[in-house]
Design a protein. Structure first.
Length: 196
């Protein structure tokens, strides 16, 4: 049996997981960058409208911030495969996930400006949708930067891991999804609002 150092074992496992995710979700990532309008954008905008109703109902005040590091169990899996269960030994890009969670928690502060409460901005759903895309793109860049700055073999998996994470958040992070890591998760669960 070949014994690998914990950091190499973690990188290999992450590479395998990234390859699977990359293959399964890469079309989602490519499509999201290319599609500015259309059916999927319309569905997501309806979800953002529903979220804006929740933001207004909460007077723009989300629940206290909470994070799980990298969602979907990624932080926990990384710690398990690296052989280190301590909180400080998460993935090297965990700070990127926490920064992303800060934006996702309160929908990038869309309710804190007061715009939603006084009706000055008629298209907050579009602004929210654009802010979510920007947050997801920032996550992808941050993860790729963090991993590519490390030694091999971790640097070799930077682009696939970053792309897979981007695809996962684009696919599963829309508002009103019911998931704990959805856009605007600091507000109550919402229902999509069509036809406005």
């Amino acid at each position: 049996m070949i014994r690998l150092r914990p950091d190499v074992r973690a990188a290999c496992c992450a590479g395998g997981v990234a390859t699977l995710l990359f293959g399964a979700l890469s079309s989602v990532a490519a499509a999201e960058d290319a599609v500015a309008a259309g059916y999927w954008a319309m569905l997501e905008r309806a979800a953002h409208r529903g979220l804006m109703q929740e933001v207004a109902a909460a007077d723009g005040r989300p629940a206290p911030f909470a994070t799980d590091g990298c969602s979907g169990g990624l932080s926990a899996i990384w710690r398990q495969f690296s052989g280190r269960e301590e909180t400080a030994d998460g993935p090297p890009f965990e700070a990127c996930c926490v920064a992303h969670d800060l934006l996702y928690h309160d929908a990038d502060g869309i309710g804190s400006s007061g715009r939603i409460l006084d009706g000055r901005d008629k298209d907050l759903a579009t602004a929210s949708q654009q802010a979510r895309l920007a947050a997801d793109q920032a996550l992808r860049r941050c993860v790729e930067t963090q991993l590519s700055s490390r030694e091999s073999p971790t640097a070799a998996i930077a682009a696939p891991v970053a792309t897979a994470m981007y695809a996962a958040v684009r696919f599963g992070g829309a508002p009103c999804s019911g998931l704990s890591w959805r856009w605007g998760y600091g507000y109550g669960h919402c229902q999509a609002v069509f036809g406005q």
